[in-house]
Design a protein around this ligand. Structure first.
Ligand code: CTP
Ligand code: MG
Length: 235
């Protein structure tokens, strides 16, 4: 069974602050997107990577990827993305050729995911799970609150869910292709991850162990951490 990875990379990166679109920002001198593509291509299971570029940046992304070496077994396709992550993933799925029955969806903003995590997700899909997420236990206690009337106002806490049952979910998330396509055709309201759409079809999503280095680069401090992880790897 052939496996493809769709990499949504079309976001602006508002929380990271002013600058180039987040996926094109440098990490160790190389654009974050290139790290993310390599992280997928490093898995022997992945033979196609579909990069979903910023809407007006497909040509720039294509030449960027041409300039960086990838394993020869990996094909790359670049398509323009949309207004939301969900729309961008859908556009990537629409561009997927026949013959790939397992699909990974991986955030360009998680450039440092180790190949063992990618392989573990693929393996769980091969073993028959329609949807697989890499997940980690939480370090912080989580509170559910009543939204504040105005930003910055105190928020009443209404519940403390049992932390031992909670997981922070990462990418790549892995899917049986037909299931993911059906999820994107069926669920039209906003979601923050693809597996959540599969849950809404009534199917079971399973979690496998994630990895600390699969963290998402979201805020400036995450860039500091990512640079440090990369520097340690290069020792
Ligand atoms: N993404 C996308 N298309 C969008 C929005 C997001 O492909 N319209 C991608 C991002 O490029 C990123 C992934 O979805 O790789 C996860 O999203 P997030 O971390 O939220 O990135 P941004 O949306 O770019 O960041 P922000 O929300 O801070 O603007
Ligand atoms: Mg976003």
């Amino acid at each position: 069974v052939r496996t493809a990875a769709v990499i949504p990379a079309a976001g602006r990166g508002v929380r990271l602050g002013p600058g180039a679109p987040k996926a094109l920002r440098a990490l160790g001198g190389t654009p974050m997107l290139v790290h993310a593509v390599r992280a997928m291509a490093d898995s022997r299971a992945v033979s196609l990577v579909v990069v979903v570029a910023p809407p007006d940046g497909a040509a720039e992304v294509t030449s960027l990827l041409d300039a960086h070496a990838l394993p020869e077994r990996t094909d790359v396709l670049v398509v323009p993305g949309g207004e939301s992550r969900q729309e961008s993933v859908k556009l990537g799925l629409d561009a997927l050729p026949e013959g790939y029955d397992i699909v990974l969806v991986h955030d360009a903003a998680r450039p440092l995911v180790p190949v063992d995590t990618v392989d573990a997700v693929v393996e769980a899909v091969r073993d028959g799970a329609p949807a697989v997420v890499p997940a980690l236990p939480l370090a912080d206690t989580v509170k559910q609150v009543e939204p504040a009337a105005a930003p910055g106002d105190p928020e009443p806490v209404v519940a403390t869910p049992d932390r031992s049952l909670l997981r922070a979910v990462q990418t790549p998330q892995g899917f049986d292709r037909a299931t993911l396509v059906r999820a994107h055709e069926t669920v039209k309201h906003d979601v923050t991850d693809d597996a959540g759409m599969v849950e809404q079809l009534g199917l079971t999503v399973v979690a496998v162990p994630g990895h600390e280095e699969a963290f998402k680069v979201t805020r400036p401090l995450d860039l500091v951490l990512a640079e440090a992880v990369l520097a340690r790897r290069r020792l």
